[in-house]
Ligand binder design. Sequence first.
Ligand code: AMP
Ligand code: MG
Length: 472
Amino acid sequence: MTVTIPFDNSYATLPERLFTRQPPTPVRSPRLVAFNHTLAAELGIVGETDPLAEVFGGNAVPEGAAPLAQLYAGHQFGHFSPQLGDGRAVLLGEVVDTHGRRRDLQLKGSGRTPYSRMGDGRAWLGPVLREYVVSEAMHALGVPTTRALAAVETGEIVVRETPLPGAVLTRVAASHIRVGTFQALAARRDRDGLEALFAHASARHYPEAQNPLDFLNAVIDAQALLIAQWMALGFIHGVMNTDNAAISGETIDYGPCAFMDIYHSDTVYSSIDQMGRYAYNNQPDIAVWNMAQLATALVPLMPDADRAIHQFTDAVHAMPGKIQAAWLDRFRAKIGLGTAQEGDLALISDLLDRLAANQADFTNTFRALATGNAPRDQFTVPAAFDAWADRWHARLEGEEAPEARMRAANPAFIPRNHRVEQMIAAAVEGDYDPFFRLLAVLSKPYDDQPEAADLTRPPQPSEVVPATFCGT
Ligand code: AMP
Ligand code: MG
């Protein structure tokens, strides 16, 4: 084999009841369709195309790997499932990257595991390419996220509503420890397991945390910042279940996610989210709710439960203020403000109300503020912008370099849902050009790229994708 991966595995040394050792299930004819060479270099991974396809398709377990499926639980749409776990993924192992950061390598779509329940353990090409493009775009946009290292077509058919080409994604993450990982052990009243997981997760992600309260606060801070970043980009995760909330504060699990085109604060994309639980404007509340579930799972670690509950409750109650502060920071930058004043929240909220009332495209309107390229034309009634702009210009007096600040906060390019869908449709037909083009353009989302102007356009009415489906 000519793939070398400098594995340094730590999760595999935790108590065995936190996972099941499980190699990936081989596939018929693995073909490497995408490989992230820059990321591979950061991870110290070396290999040639065919052996890479064997390894990242799951046909060859590379030397030093300790493949396993992780146990976790989770609240799905508010309902607790005590056992979820990696039903179609295996952790190959961990590497310490060139920056000294420990990172997981996980194959997703790698076959059945003891946690598969009724599922086939596989993924089809569409969600694999969606996650590849959107997670890499998120990284380039500056948002903490898991990364995509490889996509492999399996040469097998996966049956969903129709027969579809199968694929495997290699995902790289700071870790795959979720709120639901803690919940799984708490639900089993496995205090020793919880203790071991806590020691591992806090040393790995928040080494400055001295105790579970510090740890909880650190996770809350990371999640608060993450949610504010999502909101500032018009990103809707779609399935903010506790099993999809990473302890590291990275965005994880790109299923029915999407970026908003026209701004409406109650936008929902996920076809399975019929109550709008994970609507755009609900994300801050849901993040708080998820942290309350983490807090509950951490209580057994504390010697005095009553005292812990008080302290943890205070920590969770502080989170909305933290999200709001981070949100305000981000949106101030989006309108060019580097200083803080009393009326800023009202000024920003007023703009957002006008966007909603005027069918304005979220990304293009903010970008137009940065470039000065006719922001008023984004509004069905341009005068609605002018009235706001007078107050905005007055507020900008004395601000230093607002254009540069806005350009750095307001991307020109986001992975628009209709483009992602078009890209998937082309790839299914064997045409990967749209995939590679999206990847290339989205690797520099804050740069003007005039040759890619078509990718800034909102969908035509016929192109609108009303719902995105779960990545199964
Ligand atoms: P997700 O919706 O991707 O966050 O997955 C929720 C749970 O369902 C996790 O435990 C997954 O491992 C499991 N799951 C999703 N799709 C499949 C599948 N095709 N086969 C087996 N398990 C799956
Ligand atoms: Mg998940």
